[in-house]
Design a protein around this ligand. Sequence first.
Ligand SMILES: *Cc1c(COP(=O)(O)O)cnc(C)c1O
Length: 473
Amino acid sequence: MRYVSTRGGMAPQPFCEILLEGLAPDGGLVVPERYPAIDPLTLSRWRRLGYGDLACEVIGRFVDDIPAEDLRALIAKTYTSEIFGTAEITPLRTLEPGLHILGLSNGPTLAFKDVAMQLLGNLFEYVLARTGEELNVLGATSGDTGSAAEYALRGKQGVRVFMLSPYGKMSAFQTAQMYSLQDPNIFNIAVRGVFDDCQDIVKAVSGDARFKARHRIGTVNSINWARIVAQTVYYFKGYFAATRSNEEQVSFAVPSGNFGNIFAGHIARMMGLPIRTLVLATNENDVLDEFFRTGRYRVRSAAEVVQTSSPSMDISKASNFERFVYDLVGQAAGVVSELWRRVDREGGFDLAGTPYLERLPEFGFVSGCSTHADRVKTIWRTHERYGVLVDPHTADGLKVALDYRTPGVPMICLETAQPAKFAETIREALGREPERPAGYEGIERLPQRVEVMDPDAEQVKAFIALHAGGAAS
Ligand SMILES: *Cc1c(COP(=O)(O)O)cnc(C)c1O
């Protein structure tokens, strides 16, 4: 299995070469040369596997430069009931016959990003140990991604994390989750500004090629390929849990932002998993819903991005979307390059009236949008009807899913976070506090370790240079 760029400008590379960087040198995204095909016999065999064994099979199809027994050990260490709460790792709950919720948010930071990030932490440590290299991970977060990265990389050999977050802008719970970490390899930097200021600093630091090379700066953002592959596993798991035989089809509903999670579903479908429909749900930031309804992809300006009560889906553009468009245009890298030249020049492109858009139904995507009022109503109704409490992001998915149910085809809604993380919206919907899972009571009172800084890339660089010990000169 080799990886190439969506824009065609990268010589084929093995998995470990692209593990630390999702971006190709030509500005495209790395993708596999082809998707592995899973035949019906193999699928039948996989039906009987537990999460870890299934993960070995699925992920193993994308990795051929880590010995199978090493990969197996890394996966076994990652997907445990200690870390994910149950041996099933991603348990399926049935709301009513044909309507299910796949629980992806039982990891340490109570959001689905843990499922991929926990494996990434172990993969990073393994690959760095093999080459004797070190890595300084630099990132910006408005909440979920940063905490998932920190909990995955805390205490790992050879890795340090420098995570920028907007000072005073995250919920008390999210702030406590990140800043209460005392591991010496985790550095929280609170920037006096907003999330965009944090992201601009990351861009400025990464844009300084000499500084980046000298201090071995890497990222764990949503375009990381290993994260996507790790997410493909639970589509298989969810399918087996909701069906009895491989003759059956299912649909998945996915609350979407950067298009990472639902792209993993697209991969599963391309591999041969019998997925009928991939239901993409957005909140008020409807870049992706607009594309799937009209064929027009239009990046939003910072001023157009709305702050919503499902904040992890508040995006101006979808960073993984280029990978899907690559498949949609028949893996023609020249076409993708031209489309993204238009994104850079004109802020988007329109596929309406092209043969590419006519092919869209082959890929099984449908979409819809959910508003704050929809979330609140869906949270209330789901609780009223089924006695199940969902978070605002999952509610977006559930709301859109209900518009696309087909008789006889189970609908599986991906649960992307726990309600405890979003107490304010739960209070609005139910008039009471969500319960905290055991171990998270009173985390706001733990001592916090954080460096507060002005939005100044030079100051951040100086801080990294001081703490990134062991870097080559
Ligand atoms: C990251 C996130 C999403 C969006 O997932 P993408 O892979 O970016 O589409 C949805 N819900 C929650 C809770 C998240 O943390």
